[in-house]
Design a protein around this ligand. Structure first.
Ligand code: PLP
Length: 467
């Protein structure tokens, strides 16, 4: 049998089909939509079962090849995945830890920057660099971060040839560890911008820069945010490995901001994985919980919380779920997204909502509940969890009675990444992992810019002209 690899299409239906490598290098589709595979490759139940005995890198290679096999040779994919996961400090990459009967934490924080973003970004950076050197030329990566994507992108792309990396973080709204992980990078191709605004402002500016097609073309603008489909593909892997290890379908509780990680669970389901439920766990920035529970996708204003990587009121990847839930109706979706951009509010049609609710459940957690969960888990289980993981655990405890199968909470960050919040809640100081030694000594380098797209563009142009 010859393998057929899916082309990628835009959710908005007005971009040409693209290859995996094209999408990797581009990020966002030119019509403003997000890329998805034309069809979902299928992983059979027996193949999934066989993953129980496989190493993580082998599962990742098998799944990613089903998407990327038309753009890279098996040897190339294998080399990049092997090198990517060699940077992790646990060979299991996404170990499952049973903390109570049928309640598991899936630890996704064993990569270089201690958050789950590394799982995909380490692979993406290597494939990106490979695709770029095949195609020739250079690329400008512009990335908005609520804290963790930026450091993961810098860890993956810092020092690579022909790539300049610009990272916008909301000034004063990321933890000190997160900020220092970004701003102490020694690499000359890394440019940090502290934007005087929220994450949503940073994300909007990035989207608007993409929409300036002359500028975007001139600098070869590209996105490595979770709008980049390669990240979704790489993140779908751990839903398979967890299910294979458990031997039966699970409910996954996913601390959610931009909806990338939980959508990777939907991607796994669409590839054939049996999943009981995907639980969207939000903090007080609960646009996704409200969308699912009230049927209206409406963005409010961002409130700072103890889980800053989820302080988001526009969940970009939700567009992918809406596209699928509408039966891939690009025309409806384009209108709906325009309406949301205009009104900040989109009532979900009954058929779309019913389809979403078949797969997803959602709940929110405020800062007090986050703190209580950290304290309770420390007291009862002797484990320190970070505030994002605590949001997930809170959702798991709250919804336990309604969920089928084992419950797997995605532990998205290491507690040492948020020492103030963890200590404030538990009284215990999470020990700084070896990887972070020296973090407080390095000199920080970043520019502070007003919340203004033209200023950001001028800053990027100036840096590119005089690197
Ligand atoms: C990014 C992030 C999230 C949210 O993931 P999304 O894919 O944006 O939904 C949750 N927890 C941590 C620690 C993160 O860095």
């Amino acid at each position: 049998m010859t393998e057929i690899y899916p082309s990628l299409i835009s959710t908005r239906g007005k971009s040409p089909r693209a290859s995996f490598a094209d999408v990797l290098l581009a990020g966002l589709a030119p019509d403003g939509g997000l890329y998805l595979p034309e069809f979902w490759p299928q992983i059979s139940a027996s193949q999934t079962a066989s993953f129980a005995k496989s190493r993580y890198v082998d599962v990742a290679r098998q799944i990613l090849t089903r998407f990327a096999g038309g753009s890279f040779t098996p040897d190339e994919i294998n080399a990049d995945i092997t090198a990517a996961y060699a940077t992790f400090d646990d060979p299991r990459i996404a170990p499952l830890v049973e903390v109570e009967p049928d309640l598991f934490l899936m630890e996704l924080f064993h990569g270089p920057t201690l958050a789950f973003k590394d799982v995909a970004m380490q692979v993406l950076g290597r494939l990106f660099s490979r695709a770029l050197s095949k195609r020739g030329g250079s690329a400008t990566v512009v990335c908005a971060t609520s804290g963790d994507t930026g450091s993961a992108a810098i860890a993956a792309l810092g020092g690579l040839p022909n790539i300049q990396v610009f990272v916008l973080h909301p000034k004063g709204r990321v933890s000190e560890v997160q900020r220092r992980q970004m701003t102490t990078s020694p690499h000359a191709n890394v440019h940090n911008i502290a934007l005087e605004g929220t994450f949503d402002d940073a994300q909007r500016i990035v989207k608007e820069l993409f929409a300036e097609s002359a500028f975007a073309r001139a600098v070869n603008l590209t996105a490595v945010n979770s709008i980049n489909f390669a990240r979704i593909a790489a993140q779908s892997v751990y839903y398979f490995t967890a299910t294979a290890q458990l031997g039966r379908p699970a409910s996954f509780v996913v601390p959610t901001g931009n909806f990338g990680d939980v959508f990777a669970g939907e991607a796994a389901m669409r590839m054939g994985l049996g999943v009981e439920k995907l639980v969207i766990a939000t903090n007080v920035n609960d646009i996704m919980a409200r969308a699912l529970n009230d049927g209206v996708y409406a963005s409010g204003s961002v409130q700072p919380s103890l889980s800053p990587s989820m302080d988001i009121q526009v969940a970009s990847n939700f567009e992918r779920a809406l596209f699928e839930a509408s039966g891939r109706d690009s025309e409806w979706l384009t209108g709906a997204m325009e309406r949301f951009a205009r009104d900040r509010k989109l009532p979900l049609p009954a058929n779309v909502l019913a389809d979403l609710r078949a797969r997803y459940a959602a709940t929110r957690c405020n800062d007090q509940e986050t703190t209580e969960t950290i304290r309770r888990v420390h007291g009862r289980l002797g484990r320190l969890v970070d505030p994002h993981t605590a949001v997930g655990l809170h959702a798991a405890y709250k919804m336990k009675g309604t969920l089928m199968g084992p419950i797997v909470v995605l532990a998205t960050a290491h507690p040492a990444k948020f020492p103030e919040a963890v200590q404030g809640a538990s009284g215990a100081v999470p020990p700084l992992p070896q990887r972070l030694a020296g973090l407080y000594e390095g000199a920080e380098k970043f520019a502070v810019l007003r919340n203004d797209k033209a200023l950001v563009r001028a800053h990027i142009e100036a840096k590119l002209a005089h690197p």
